[in-house]
Structures are given as structure tokens and as C-alpha cells.
Design a protein around this ligand. Sequence first.
Ligand SMILES: C[S@@+](CC[C@H](N)C(=O)[O-])C[C@H]1O[C@@H](n2cnc3c(N)ncnc32)[C@H](O)[C@@H]1O
Length: 432
Amino acid sequence: MFIGSVPRQSIQQLLAVAGLSEQRRIYVCCSGQFRLESALREQMPKAWISGNDVSLLSCALGYWLSGQSLPFRFTGDLADLEDVAPGDDPRRRLAALLLALEMSGIKRTHEYGLRQWSMLWSQAGDLIHGIYNRLEKYADIRIDDFYAGDLRDQAHRALAADGVILAFTPTYKGGYERAYKSLMANVAWTAPDYRLWDNKSLPEFLHGLERERGQYFVYCDYPMEGFQPLAKFQRGHGKTVWLYGHQGQRSSLRAESLKSKPFVYEPIDVSRLSAATTVNVVKIDTQRFNFLRERYLSRGIEFSNGNCHFLVLLDGMLAGGIAYEPVAHGQLTDLYLLSDFSISQERKLSKLIALLATSRDLTRQVEQCYGQRFTHLYTTAFTDKPVSMKYRGVFEVSNRKPGMVNYVSVIRPQTLAELYAQWWSRHAKNPR
Ligand SMILES: C[S@@+](CC[C@H](N)C(=O)[O-])C[C@H]1O[C@@H](n2cnc3c(N)ncnc32)[C@H](O)[C@@H]1O
């Protein structure tokens, strides 16, 4: 029904890397068919979201989703649609517009076109009713504000409100204007004032936002020189879409939710472990994970905020925690181990936690969370020593920099129980 849309998988990438908080106002530029808004609303029911577009169809949809009705009138060849769908119910009016779009695409210069035209007219009431029902899928995308106008003006509204800008700007100059030309010839409405967008000017637009210290995440259909992509998505053999974000986005946005929440747990008693111990992992929220990190991680370890956190329970006792996030500037199959820690230093428990972190059993849950498939796990040990003892034999050194050693491991196909058995026989069975 609508033209041009962000692939669903790349929206998941955006939500994974952006770490958006519900406290921040979100300004979408170029809403199109409101796919971004739909994904945002699903993940953040309480967030304040503003949509934006300039085309009649997207404006009619944006007005409806923000609880308003866009005034317009069918004219010329389509004038009779006013009798078929009168009133100002925004959903019914949008349904009529979608039928009008289909009708205005019919060439009435030959017999077949003429027959199609009269067939659509004879069933117009039922067709509008059917489209109305199909529009149900949009009904839950509630937005708080809609701005009918130029995307650059919407970006300025975001800057003024200290909001976050999300955009998928038009990739073909004048493409939308051409696509809706014949519909526009038969509808009267007060079109918003806007400037034609040329996607070649996206880098200049983003430099402007950087100067204003704006926070943004934008998609682009070409790799932009001088900008580091956060993610890349290719649909089959189709077009590639790159995702870019403002500089320093990790620290500024993610820092917001670094709060901690205490909870009750049974700490590990290593002497009670055996070869028959059961291993469980439980996904927990950021606040509870931070509570544990504050208690058990040494000072000086960087606190950055992940999205996928797990507790490791051995026979129901808390042994440690693991947090992941996709590697922002690497391959799509690269996963980063943000933190892994044990709450006891006995019997090389920390090596067990690191080993379990590489299990497909665990990373499968991360894949579900991000909608991406991972093959390699990366991590960093902040140390002046040449190796980190806990990672020795679990990860391989990928490179060293002053004060840090970077590690990588393939994601192991073994289950958590199999990796526990391996650790038990090598490190824990006969403690020295
Ligand atoms: C690539 S689509 C956006 C797709 C959308 N994010 C989605 O997934 O549904 C681009 C949209 O930009 C709108 N547009 C074109 N020029 C614009 C401008 N100058 N300001 C705001 N929106 C514009 C078009 O009407 C179209 O709906």
C-alpha cells in the first residue's frame, strides 16, 4: 500500500544498538508506513513518539495514529468517492484514499482499463470496507504527535526538545512525488510545505546535526564517507542498508539506565558442587545485573550497558553473571561479551563462567533478542599482563593494546551441561 520501507531486520538492529530509553522523546523523520513507530511502540509502550511525512497517504495515516483526522476532499474523476466514504472517520477516509490510489493508477485508454475502472466503482463500498478491516494492523501503533512537513524541520523540532532523531530518508529524488502524481490530480488538500530531498545531501545533514550535538540514528542506502556505520543489512541479493548513529552515542544514551535494583539470591557454595550439578541460566533486567556487578566487579572495569544479561545458577545457587551485545562496528555475526564474572574466586569458577558464555545454548537466546545469528564471541581483558588467566584455554588472543588484551572464540556447539562437565573434570574435580 505504501512505498519504501525499512527492512524489519534492520529495525531490530537499530533497537539493539541504539539502547533507546523510554524517557527520551523520539522524533521519526519520514514515517512512510510507520514501521519504525510500530517496532518502537512494541518495545517501548510508554515512550513519547512523533511521526513525520509529507505525502497525503502517510499524513492521513499519521493523523489517524495520533488521534486526528486529516482534512481532504476527492475531486475530479474521484469526486464520487465523497458519497461512498463521507464523514471524518480517519480510518475510513484512509481506506478510501488507498482505493483512490489504486483507481488513479488505471489507464482508461483501452478496453481492459475501462472495465477495471467501472468494476472498482461498482464495488467501491465493499472494497473500502475490506481495506478498512485490513488497516486493523496499524491500530495499535499509537503515536503522540505527527508533524506534516519537511524532515529537516522535524529534526529541528527534535533538537529543540532534546529528542532522538530516527530517519530513513527517501532514496530516489522525487520518487514519491512521481508515484502519487495521478492521485494528487484528483484530491484537494492543504499539502505541507517542504523541500525536495536528495539523499546525496544526507552527510551534510548529519554534519549539521553533529554540530548541534543532536542525537540521531539514520538509515542510508549507500556507505557514507567519514561516517562509521553501526550496522549493515542486505536483503537477499537486494539493496544494502547502512545504519549510522551520532558520535559518542554509546556513552550518552546508554548511561541513562545504569541504575541498580537489589534482589534476593542464594550465593554459591563451591563445596556443594559435584559432577551431577545442574546448570541453569536466567535472563534478567539491566538493573538487577548492575546490582551484581557493583558488588562483584572490581573498580576500574568499564560500566557500559548491555541488553542481554544472564544469571548463571549452579544447583540453584548464584555463581555469576554474563552480559552480551552485538559488536557495533564488526561483522553482523560478531557478538561481544560485555562482562562475565563469578561471585566466588574458588576452584576457577570464573573460567567456568567464561566457558559457559561461549555456549550456543546461551547465545541462541541472544540471537532471539537481536534477530541476528552469531558465530564468534569477542571480549576484552583490561590488564597490563600478557594474558588473562580466566580466558586462557577458553578464548584465543586476537590482539594486544596497552592495558588490554582482546580475545575471540567461536561459539561452541556444546550445551551448558557439556561445558560444565568439561570444566569439572579439568579444573574443579581435584582442587589443589
Ligand atoms: C524511505 S520512506 C520511509 C520509510 C519508513 N521509515 C517505513 O519504513 O515505513 C520515505 C518517506 O519520506 C517521505 N518524504 C519524502 N520527502 C520528504 C521530506 N522532504 N520531508 C519529510 N518526508 C519526506 C515520503 O513521503 C516517504 O513516505
